[in-house]
Design a protein. Structure first.
Length: 517
């Protein structure tokens, strides 16, 4: 067994024999720069956790970091890569692997770099990392996990021992980059609010750019969230691969191995129900009745699916008593999941409700990459809602998704109006004579009273948050956002009592990463 382990270690680490890493893509995920910082010049003596769903490129990221280490002259003997997903290493003790490493390769001067893939398969891994960080100061440890609560459960005992980097599914901008599609002619703007200052000619050019993006955006919704499927031309083939990864590898294998799930069929039924009701309110009582499964089992299934990064919860907006009885919403981790599981393919675009929900999920997945922020939803009187309430640095931006051909300002802004005017915009009223004056100003998020915003701090805010707010625009004026379908829907929404920026969904997703990069 030991000889076999040494052979596999050598194959995992071809640089020990002076061989290159094969088949690495030239493009890099947006999170690579953050990882690179922690590998080369760590701000503190911590390990690094890359967490996220299967097949989002975590392994590729760490191999790209290894390649750059080698390019900069770091000794190959000081770099170890191991995948605990390999059957031979699933039950292995990491210390035994380190001992085998040193039997093969003697250490050179300088730090040791340990890249440990799929670490959630290792028993009590969090405690092991804590010990390494505390007692081996010259080791830099980067580890990945697709079921991170197993590792994060040890955070209490390992506080300050590792820094987490969340690797989400591909953004629309990354999808285009992977496919080597570039649109340099789309005008660049400094923030979303600066769209309110654009001339008619500039808005027309942006509208033309949005029109070019629509077809690629629809591709992205059906197969574009995962690097492996994004590069597959056939939608049918791409969705088949995604189904296999989710059903066969995550539900039937990973969750069974890691959590001892035995009622796999019922887990699948629960997940399929969530695919059919993406973005729906979470009601464990009704769900248990519908599926014939006990409420505690349903709650456990939801926890497991969240643990595997297949779903995410969106809480209701509010503070204190406002949200005690309010229900969460549950969204899939990526818009391509539901069409793949439900075999929709291109028929997705024949179903207005399904395509609208896919776009809503895409918007959420993009907002969730803006770390650290908080996203919630708001429900008011008479079933009026706002899809997403985006909070950062004590500011609140309401965002409504209306992916339909024609926007009717009075009808489609009822939720935004109910949320904004009574609660946040009491001192801001716009009439036609004031609208032109507003257009010359830099719009910005709604100000939240700092004493009301639990966990959302202003003043000495994190620099990353400031960059996030800059992407939306920051000054002394309020703004809401309506995300639309038609490329022509761009700029200030007419006939509203307060400023609402309308922007087509493809353009919103395309611009968001450019603003925050």
């Amino acid at each position: 067994m030991k000889e076999e382990a040494l052979t596999i270690l050598s194959k995992f680490n071809p640089w020990w024999q002076g061989k290159p890493i094969e088949d690495l893509p030239s493009w890099k995920r947006a999170k690579y720069e953050e990882l690179k910082l922690w590998v080369f010049n760590p701000p503190s003596k911590r390990a690094v956790l890359l967490s996220g769903p299967r097949q989002v490129g975590k392994t590729t990221l760490i191999l790209q970091a290894i390649e750059e280490l080698l390019d900069q002259g770091i000794s190959p003997k000081n770099i170890l890569y191991i995948s605990f997903d390999h059957p031979l290493f699933r039950a292995a003790n990491p210390d035994d692997i380190l001992e085998a490493w040193r039997e093969l390769e003697t250490k050179d001067e300088g730090p040791e770099y340990l890249f440990l893939d799929e670490a959630h398969f290792v028993t009590d891994f969090g405690t092991w990392v804590k010990h390494q960080v505390d007692f081996f100061k010259k080791r830099r440890i980067i580890f990945t996990g697709s079921a991170t609560p197993l590792i994060e459960a040890d955070q209490e005992s390992g506080v300050g021992r590792w820094h987490s980097i969340r690797i989400s599914t591909l953004s629309f901008h990354e999808y285009l980059k992977i496919k080597k599609l570039f649109f340099p002619h789309i005008p660049k703007v400094s923030s979303f609010s600066s769209l309110l200052e654009c001339t008619k000619g500039e808005l027309h050019k942006l509208s033309e750019g949005a029109s070019e993006l629509v077809g690629y955006f629809h591709e992205y919704l059906t197969k574009g969230g995962f690097p492996q499927t994004a590069l597959v031309d056939s939608v049918t083939q791409a969705q088949r691969l995604l189904r296999e990864d989710i059903i066969d590898k995550v539900l039937k294998r990973d969750l069974t191995t890691l959590f001892g799930v035995r009622r796999v069929l019922e887990l699948e039924q629960t997940f399929i129900h969530l695919c059919m009701h993406d973005g729906g309110l979470y009601d464990p009582v009704n769900l248990s009745k519908s599926l014939g499964v006990s409420k505690p089992t349903i709650q456990n299934f939801i926890d497991l699916l969240e643990c595997a990064h297949l779903v995410q919860r969106v809480p209701p907006f509010g503070y204190g008593k406002e949200i005690i009885r309010a229900r969460q919403k549950i969204y899939l981790a990526d818009p391509s999941i539901a069409p793949s599981i439900l075999l929709k393919g291109k028929t997705l675009f024949e179903d207005p409700k399904a395509i609208s929900q896919a776009v809503e999920t895409a918007i959420l997945s993009h907002l969730e990459t803006l770390d650290p922020i908080k996203v919630s939803y708001w429900k008011g009187d008479k079933d009026k809602e706002v899809d997403f309430i985006f909070e950062a640095e004590g500011k609140v931006i309401p965002i409504e998704v209306k992916y339909q051909s024609q926007i009717k300002p009075k009808l489609h802004t009822e939720g935004l109006v109910q949320f904004c005017i009574p609660k946040r915009l009491q001192n801001l009223r716009f009439c036609q004579s004031e609208r032109a004056k507003f257009n010359s100003l830099e719009a910005a998020p709604i100000q939240v009273n700092s004493c009301d915003a639990e966990g959302v701090k202003g003043g000495d805010a994190h620099e990353g948050k400031s960059q996030v707010l800059k992407s939306f625009g920051y000054n002394n004026h309020e703004m809401a956002i309506m995300i639309t379908k038609s490329p022509k829907d761009i700029g200030l929404l007419p006939n509203t009592t307060f400023p609402i920026l309308q922007i087509p969904a493809p353009l919103f997703c395309y611009m968001l990463e450019a603003f925050t990069a």
